[in-house]
Design a protein around this ligand. Structure first.
Ligand code: HEC
Length: 133
């Protein structure tokens, strides 16, 4: 009787360990989302890595894929991306993730927009303006 309980206990512990490992794998940048972003980025690659914005990125944006650098989108496109990511983060039921508060999300957006590359037209206009005497 005791031996049977021990076996059941061991099997349960094993199942829990496997479930935990699967959940942990999903949390890292090896899940399905990984292939959407260039791999190999880390929080230290972010512009102003010590800034509040970069810290928010490190906290909220690398659970499902590699660290998304601001250079991936023009400023005007980041809002849509970040809103989509919020929905994805909120939909995680099995292994819940910290979801950015509205204030944190505004700071994230401001950070991405501040460091986003200029679209070619805007960059050309800025260069032309800089050349004018
Ligand atoms: C819950 C998991 C999850 C979290 C957290 C998450 N993402 Fe994503 N991300 C995904 C998935 C899934 C995709 C691919 C599907 C898609 O693009 O909608 C993706 C794709 C992306 C892409 C590439 C697609 C595109 O539109 O450029 C960028 C950039 C991105 N995420 C940025 C972010 C940022 C910034 C954050 C933090 C605010 C973040 N992600 C947090 C799951 C997540």
């Amino acid at each position: 009787m005791k031996g049977k309980l021990l076996v059941i206990g061991l099997v349960a512990a094993l199942l829990l360990a496997v479930a935990g490992m699967i959940a942990a794998m999903d949390m890292q940048a090896s899940g399905p989302a990984a292939r959407y972003l260039p791999a190999g980025t880390s929080p230290s690659d972010l512009p102003e890595p010590e800034s509040e914005g970069a810290k928010l990125v490190a906290r909220h944006c690398q659970a499902c894929h590699s660290v998304p650098l601001p250079s991936l989108h023009y400023a005007e496109d980041w809002q849509e991306v970040i809103a989509r990511m919020r929905v994805l983060a909120m939909s995680r039921v099995m292994a819940p993730l910290p979801v950015a508060t509205p204030a944190e999300e505004r700071a994230l957006l401001a950070y991405y927009q501040r460091h986003a590359p200029k679209p070619p037209a805007a960059a050309a206009a800025a260069a032309a303006a800089a050349e004018e005497p």
